[in-house]
Design a protein around this ligand. Structure first.
Ligand code: M6R
Length: 364
């Protein structure tokens, strides 16, 4: 009954995304002022010289996507570090630093210890979590929440897309206060955010196509995921999802790095998922795609509806609705979640409880 007719929690949670994105936006958008209210968050934005985002796993991927958004909209330099690395490298931090800790559960030990280290060095800490009153928001100086609801599947899906929305709202919050985000642009972005749930619904309902592709490519022993700009963290996330639940080796790469190594992997047995939505990187990504095909690699392109050319460069095309550049990752990750789900289902793995993994990692 809890799965509400879905075969797995993961599939149910994929389908819940349009609703939980609405929930994460509810009460936060101030269209009149072209601003956002993040649970009353009051940061001394003019004192922030640098932001360091700390997280693990999927939350770290959301942090990487956040870097693109914050630097673009608020022009504040952002570093993103794995919490488990940060805490052991004697990081250089001071009062001008804002640390943003991202954690779905709010209980990940590495992220907690990284916060303790940052606070010891005098940085302010903001937590973005999905669990109210969990340990990480309690340790931090400030907090606001994603509203994904309980996530049961070990492979994170709805928590990730709500983190991407939280990052977008935070970038708008900062940009409006640094003065780098004009009122009109902020309004446009907020209006686009309001349209996201409907667009996401279109994509999550396209499961049948992903099921066919999962059967076509699910025998492969490895996958490559490529993306540029804010699609690079989505390539990493696509690879992580596939590894976690289907046990197929997968690598996510920045598309421009392909020629520096992974191109040696390409042959007719390697499916390459290329994130190629409309935008400033499109031409470059299409040329990466041609390099894969010239080496007999099989290309699955994720592109924007209305792209009439991409079909000529790919073996299979998955289309997502058009949106503002900043919001595209929230749409392009959805087919990757579905692809992993259906590959794992096809292989018959334990999708909600994959081997060796825990939902919340509270040990070192
Ligand atoms: O609860 P957190 O967001 O702190 O968890 C971080 C990672 O353990 C988590 O994202 C993990 O990578 C997931 N299994 C990804 O699907």
């Amino acid at each position: 009954a809890e799965k509400q007719g879905f075969r797995h929690f993961m599939l149910k949670e994929i389908h819940e995304q349009p609703r939980v994105i609405s929930d994460t936006l509810t009460g936060r958008v101030r269209m009149e002022e072209a601003d956002v209210d993040l649970d009353g968050l009051q940061l001394p934005v003019d004192t922030i010289a640098r932001i360091t985002i700390l997280a693990c796993g999927t939350s770290w991927h959301a942090g990487l996507a956040g870097k693109y958004m914050i630097e673009q909209l608020a022009r504040i330099p952002v570093e993103v570090d794995l919490a488990s690395e940060f805490r052991y490298r004697d990081p250089i931090l001071g009062p001008g630093d804002l640390v943003v800790a991202v954690s779905q559960s709010g209980e990940t030990l590495d992220t907690m210890e990284a916060i303790r280290e940052a606070k010891k060095k005098g940085a302010q800490v903001l937590a973005i979590s999905n669990v109210v009153e969990s340990s990480i928001p309690r340790l931090a100086d400030h907090a606001f929440y994603t509203h994904a609801g309980p996530e049961i599947g070990v492979a994170s899906t709805k928590a990730f897309t709500t983190q991407l929305v939280a990052m977008t709202l935070f970038a708008i919050y900062l940009g409006r206060r640094t003065g780098t985000l004009a009122r009109e642009r902020a309004r446009e972005l907020l209006a686009e955010l309001a349209q996201l749930p409907g667009k996401m619904r279109d994509v999550v309902e396209s499961g049948a196509q992903l099921q066919v592709l999962a059967r076509r490519y699910g025998h492969a022993s490895g996958f490559l995921f490529l993306g540029r700009g804010a699609q690079y963290p989505i390539a990493l996330e696509g690879a992580l999802k596939l590894k976690e639940i289907s046990y197929i080796h997968a690598e996510g790469y920045a598309a421009g790095e392909m020629k520096h190594g992974p191109i040696a992997l390409i042959d007719e047995h390697l499916p390459v998922v290329v994130l190629a939505p409309r935008g400033p990187h499109y031409e470059k990504v299409v040329s990466n795609l041609a390099e894969v095909r010239a080496r007999q690699g099989k290309v699955l392109a994720v592109a924007t509806k209305g792209d009439a050319d991409i079909g000529g460069h790919a073996d299979d095309v998955i289309l997502v609705p058009d949106s503002a550049l900043e919001l595209q990752p929230i749409l392009t990750v959805l087919p990757l979640q579905l692809l992993s789900y259906y590959v794992a289902d096809f292989k018959g793995t334990d999708i909600d409880q994959p081997r060796n993994l825990a939902k919340s990692v509270t040990v070192e």
